[in-house]
Write a protein that binds this ligand. Structure first.
Ligand SMILES: Nc1ncnc2c1ncn2[C@@H]1O[C@H](COP(=O)(O)OP(=O)(O)OP(=O)(O)O)[C@@H](O)[C@H]1O
Ligand SMILES: [Mg+2]
Length: 472
């Protein structure tokens, strides 16, 4: 039995070809493993929509507390597990996977959730005949993947599973082919005497490793699923006289011996990688935080207190990432009304227009940049753009800087001047080619925008916007 701190050994049964015996293998393997080692926790779940696992194992009456779909929304697996027939634990199946399939796109999510959970022993995952996000998630988390193949076309399909491992840059070592539904009546002349020998040779020829043995096609085994009682019976209890019983025992023994392997479990690896990733994103966040201006880019009021960024309303980043910092809400709002919305009078925070702007600013990106073809110092013009959340232009306005140049350079400087000096002017007060992307930030946690995910999103929008701005 695995040490208490060790995560479960995950076995996925997967094949893109339907009807090759995946569910039969997954369900019976769970029973054989449990029968071999009574104290070994064995858990079974399925991303299939046939509910075979539930029909075969579920003891509890009534609706389950949860199901497999919740593994993707952060519910720890141990809270979803029910003890079922034959001592096998199950996570109930879900009929809500179709909508979730359209939402999910990260095959690492399940592995991360399982790595953080407190489940022990062996976890067997049955999948649909499809390399959808659920199958991908299971493959990503697996120590062992058994790919049943029954003929040459199903063997051809295996390539996609191997390609998936390569695309995720994970070792192909867990993958094993298992010839299934082998018809013992078929014999060939020549070196490969029967379909098992032939499939094995095909597999080896393609560089695929096989489990030892195969599963024969057996009318008795077929009848265990299709019978007048509408039940699904295990091979162990109802098909002991068949070859399949011996073959399944043999496979279960192999799998069990593999679980004793001292190699690091896949979920342990996933957790280590997760810790490394967290550490590096924490470092990247710290670096960004240290690099930005510590005061409001407009009024120079210090915004960093006790190492926390406080009272910031907006975040601004230069398109070349050379400048960045926060702006107080009031500073930016006044500036926008005064210079770009042409407000004749000063707008105060009590004004309904102020609220209106704040509300809509949450769904906007703002850009400040030199207007095109205005490189001449005395004809500098500044464009102000507003983009929607998807990075599409909503409006823009250009103001001539030389109109207030005297004031800029004289004693009475405009509010725009210090912002430009800190972000868009070169030392000679000429507007650079960079643009400034401004975004409203959460007032509770202005740092949020510096977290990897949000910052990457900001950069993506910046990239999209840069393709829409006219050539300078
Ligand atoms: N060893 C066997 N001998 C004969 N029939 C079998 C054997 N294993 C499975 N079957 C039968 O083959 C059919 C398909 O099996 P199973 O449902 O396990 O395949 P599957 O790969 O899970 O299918 P799907 O891709 O639709 O989920 C079932 O009717 C089952 O009873
Ligand atoms: Mg199935």
């Amino acid at each position: 039995m695995s040490a208490p701190s060790e995560p479960p050994y995950v076995i996925t049964i997967s094949s893109e070809k339907g009807g090759v015996g995946k569910t039969t293998l997954a369900t019976n393997l769970a029973i054989y493993l449990k029968a071999m080692h009574e104290d070994l926790p064995v858990t079974l779940l399925s991303f299939d929509n046939h509910f075979s696992v539930d029909r075969m194992f579920r003891l509890a009456k009534g609706a389950p507390r949860g199901d497999v779909s919740q593994l993707f929304s952060g519910t720890p697996i141990e809270q979803l597990v029910e003890t079922g027939e034959y001592g096998v634990q199950i996570v109930p199946s879900s009929d809500q996977l179709a909508p979730l399939r359209r939402e999910l796109d990260n095959p690492q999510l399940l592995a991360n959730s399982l790595a953080a959970a407190k489940l022990e022993g062996i976890l067997i995952i049955d999948t649909r005949p499809d390399l959808d996000i659920f199958t991908q998630s299971a493959l990503f988390a697996s120590d062992r993947v058994i790919v049943p193949v029954k003929d040459a076309p199903s063997l051809e399909n295996c390539r996609h599973i191997y390609d998936f491992f390569d695309s995720q840059q994970i070792s192909r070592r867990p993958l094993r082919i298992l010839p299934c539904l082998i018809d013992g009546r078929i014999h060939y002349d020549g070196p490969f005497r029967d379909p098992y020998q032939l499939l094995k040779a095909y597999a080896i020829n393609r560089g695929y490793r096989c489990l030892e043995g195969y599963i024969a096609k057996s009318p008795k085994v077929e009848s265990l699923q299709t019978n007048p009682e509408g039940k699904i019976y295990p091979v162990l209890t109802h098909g002991r006289q068949t070859d399949v019983h011996i073959q399944l025992s043999h496979i279960a023994r192999q799998v069990y011996l593999d679980t004793l392997d001292k190699q690091q479990r896949r979920l342990d690896q996933v957790q280590t990688e997760q810790i490394t990733r967290n550490r590096s994103s924490q470092n990247a966040f710290e670096k960004r935080r240290q690099a930005i201006n510590r005061s409001c880019l407009v009024c120079d009021t210090p915004l960093v207190e006790n190492d926390q960024i406080g009272s910031a309303g907006y975040f601004a980043l230069g398109s070349d990432q050379q400048v960045g910092g926060y702006l107080e809400e009031e500073c930016f709002t006044r500036l926008v009304f005064r210079y770009f919305y042409g407000a004749k009078r000063a707008i105060e925070p009590t004004d309904p227009l102020w609220d209106l702007f704040r509300e809509s600013a949450h769904r906007s990106y703002f850009v400040l940049c030199r207007a095109p073809h205005t490189r001449n110092f005395y004809q500098q013009k500044l464009s102000f753009y507003r983009f929607d959340e998807g990075g599409l232009e909503v409006s823009h306005k250009t103001v001539e800087l030389h109109e207030f140049e005297k004031r800029l350079l004289g004693k009475e400087r405009s509010d725009l001047f210090p912002l430009l000096e800190r972000t868009l002017f070169d030392p000679e007060r000429k507007l650079l080619d960079r643009f400034l992307l401004v975004r409203k930030v959460s007032s509770d946690l202005p740092e949020e925008i510096l977290f990897d995910h949000n910052f990457d999103h900001h950069l993506k929008v910046m990239q999209k916007i840069s393709t829409q701005l006219p050539d300078l």
